[in-house]
Design a protein around this ligand. Structure first.
Ligand code: HEC
Length: 123
């Protein structure tokens, strides 16, 4: 009985982790990949339409930054340290991406997905 219960709990935990990553993947691919690329290498169609260009988030330099400052992904979305650079770049290239009021759970999902993607894509 205990074993069955443990398996049940394990499968619930796995399912919710997958769900979180799945939500993060959708958010990343609809709102970030156009610049940073589906693979996070800074290869999206708009990557070089801004100055500076969109970061390769898998680069050793960014990984070092992420290690020192684990909140950097969420901070870049919430604080918009580049001011209007991102919305301006989208507008200039006629991409309509509605403004988003991020929920904490969405930020966690996005962060979870992107951190895993960076790990997978590093070389
Ligand atoms: C219009 C293109 C564009 C979109 C869309 C975009 N970014 Fe960026 N992003 C940039 C550019 C350009 C920079 C580099 C700015 C700089 O160096 O000042 C950047 C920088 C970053 C950084 C590095 C911040 C740092 O301080 O090192 C992270 C992390 C990041 N973006 C994550 C995201 C995430 C997550 C999304 C989606 C929610 C996103 N970006 C959407 C263009 C974009």
């Amino acid at each position: 009985m205990r074993i069955i219960f443990a398996i049940f709990i394990a499968s619930v935990l796995t399912a919710s982790a997958n769900q979180l990553e799945q939500e993060g993947k959708i958010l990343y691919e609809t709102r970030c990949a156009i610049c940073h690329g589906v693979d996070a290498h800074g290869t999206g169609p708009l990557a070089h339409k801004s100055n500076p260009a969109a970061n390769d988030l898998t680069s050793p330099k960014f990984q070092e930054r992420l290690k020192k400052y684990p909140g950097v992904i969420v901070a870049s979305v919430v604080l918009m340290p580049n001011g209007t650079l991102i919305p301006d770049t989208l507008k200039k290239n006629k991409i309509t991406l509605p403004r988003k009021d991020w929920k904490a759970s969405e930020l966690r999902a996005l962060n979870e997905y992107l951190v895993e993607l960076i790990k997978k894509e590093q070389h």
